[in-house]
Design a protein around this ligand. Structure first.
Ligand code: MG
Ligand code: MG
Length: 246
């Protein structure tokens, strides 16, 4: 799907709201704070900006953000979990402005999370930016996953296969998918005006995942740490434009 200038302008505004949710939740995340309190902080940003949530009620999801601590990879439901010094926490946020969607995630350390966690966060974020750099007219979409995988596996970590990035626009999840690994073929040709959410999920140990009994929370099969970074990005003639930066 190719977005025109006015559509891209709305997506840019949705992206700014998501970036503001990131700033607010990052500032609020501290030892003793519950993930439900982080959800309230994110809701306040949506209300203040007159934006809607794309996460709330998505297949019954009960919150406006996903909060996934430590070995949880993605899709954690905000609730009574109390952040502790040494945790890492992935916070995934989304917003709709005038019918157009933004979607982005980051993972942060709460206090001192230790050397492996620090390295995992750094490598996962770097893998996202390596993927983003491939979003240029004339490239093939799956060069994104090839670049993500090279960074993550080059650092000795693994890339989750079951969950992937996606095109985004008037729905949060549009086709095609954006794998975080090389799927064996180049995929669609990139054109100016296409918009994607690129979102590597990188595990310290095995790439295998397990879904918990709440049918949402996805954790690593070996209980080791996982990190998740995501941005919403447009392909433009001037290179990738990241909508979800502050
Ligand atoms: Mg997301
Ligand atoms: Mg996404």
């Amino acid at each position: 799907m190719i977005r025109n200038g006015s559509e891209l302008a709305k997506m840019r505004r949705a992206g700014k709201v998501v970036a503001e949710m990131h700033e607010a939740t990052r500032a609020a995340a501290a030892p003793g704070v519950t993930t439900l309190q982080l959800d309230a902080v994110a809701r306040a940003v949506l209300d203040r900006r007159g934006a809607k949530s794309n996460f709330l009620n998505y297949r019954g999801f009960p919150a406006v953000i996903c909060t996934s601590p430590n070995d949880m990879i993605v899709h954690g439901i905000p609730g009574g979990y109390v952040l502790a010094d040494g945790d890492i926490i992935s916070i995934d946020c989304g917003a709709i402005v005038e019918g157009y969607h933004g979607d982005a995630a980051f993972t942060m350390a709460v206090g001192d999370a230790g050397e492996e966690a620090r390295r995992l966060l750094e490598v996962t974020e770097r893998s996202l930016w390596a993927g983003i750099d491939q979003l240029r007219p004339g490239n093939r979409l799956n060069e994104v996953g090839r670049a993500v995988q090279a960074v993550a596996e080059g650092a000795g970590f693994s890339v989750v296969r079951e969950y992937v990035g996606h095109a985004i626009g008037t729905k949060m999840h549009e086709e095609p998918q954006v794998p975080n690994y090389w799927p064996g073929h180049g995929g669609p040709l990139l054109k100016s005006g296409m918009v994607f959410a690129v979102e590597p999920m990188v595990n310290a140990g095995t790439p295998e995942t397990v879904t918990l009994d709440d049918n949402w929370s996805v954790v690593t099969a070996d209980g080791r740490l996982s990190a998740h970074f995501e941005h919403t990005i447009a392909v433009t003639d001037d290179g990738p434009e990241v909508f979800t930066l502050p």
